[in-house]
Design a protein around this ligand. Structure first.
Ligand code: BV8
Ligand code: ZN
Length: 249
């Protein structure tokens, strides 16, 4: 793949880079996206299941959906896109991952500075007393479990629609966006807010925006350089070019 010269120059100068990722980065690991072509949840709107009222109304239905996804995630592995991002840590002063994903694949790939804006499917807590149930092997029944301390319902530690994002995590992600030199927007439809403000903050602070997606998205018109294709194919090529730049230095 031949990258445009302007992008190569930005890579040469950059000290801090940020990856803003969404479900599309995990598609090649076998985890379905929500929206976009082949998005599994095209038929089933995530907004309808990923909300607190739906959970209270029918906890077993929502829990079963998360168990279904947990099983897929447990059996999946980080793909070349996650691994390339982790490897970039050796090549830049700062590499920050801001992800909307709850699948833990960035951590499993070896990235160390990760801000999970929408929580993590491997963690759970009691909605009544707050007791945590964070073992990855917790509750593998399809029925919503109850807290052993107080009998309250246990929910996944993810951010549902209508809920606020963890404020410290979002603030750290915004700060990282404001200081990065290049912001890569990878595999996201960029329609869910406030997460989608991250690349906007980066751009407003002077960062160069690069999109990696199989199709154009809501944010494509604000992007400096758009790379159309699979994240698992494009990111290893970016890693390769960065390695060759750093060797020449
Ligand atoms: C909040 C976590 C304040 C759990 C998720 C109207 C206008 C604007 C905003 C709103 C509005 N109405 C309501 C809102 C707010 C709402 C929102 O943004 N709604 C949108 C949808 C309209 N936001 C909220 O509610 C947020 N909270 O605002 O709090 C508040 C509080 C109280 C009262 C008032 C205000 C909380 C949002 C949290 C949502 N959490 N889930 C779970 O996963 O179960 S949703 C969810 O969408 C996903 O988890 C994911 O994190 C997120 C974003 O999706 P993407 O990651 O982008 O994935 P998507 O499938 O959409 O796209 C995949 C992309 O990959 C595609 O572009 C595709 O082309 C590409 N792709 C596919 N394969 C590849 C690829 N690219 C590269 N390579 C490939 N191989
Ligand atoms: Zn409890």
């Amino acid at each position: 793949m031949k990258f445009k010269e302007e992008f190569i120059e930005k890579l040469k100068e950059a000290e801090s880079i940020l990856f803003f990722t969404g479900a599309g980065i995990s598609a090649e690991s076998g985890i379905s996206t929500f929206r976009g072509t082949n998005g599994l949840w095209n038929k089933l709107k995530p907004e309808e299941l990923a909300n607190f009222d739906a959970f209270l109304k029918n906890p077993d239905r929502v829990w079963e959906w998360y168990q279904y996804r947990r099983k897929i995630i447990k059996n999946s592995k980080p793909n070349p896109a996650h691994k390339s991002i982790a490897e970039m840590e050796k090549l830049f002063d700062e590499v920050v991952v801001v992800t909307q994903n709850i699948d833990n694949l960035h951590r499993r790939a070896g990235s160390t500075e990760i801000y999970e804006l929408h929580g993590n499917i491997e963690r759970n807590y009691c909605i009544k007393c707050g007791r945590r149930y964070d073992s990855p092997n917790f509750g593998f029944d399809d029925v919503a479990p109850k807290c052993s301390d107080c009998g309250g319902l246990i929910r996944p530690d993810v951010v549902w629609f209508g809920e606020t994002l963890p404020q410290d995590v979002f603030a750290s992600a915004e700060n990282a966006a404001a200081r990065c030199d290049i912001c890569f927007v990878v595999g996201t439809s960029a329609v869910v807010y406030p997460a989608a403000y991250i690349p906007i903050t980066a751009k407003n602070s002077g960062a160069y925006l690069v999109e990696v997606n199989i199709e154009t998205t809501e944010i494509s018109s604000s992007i400096h350089y758009s790379l159309l294709g699979k994240a698992g194919e494009i990111l290893p090529q970016i890693l390769k070019i960065v390695k060759s730049i750093k060797q020449k230095k």
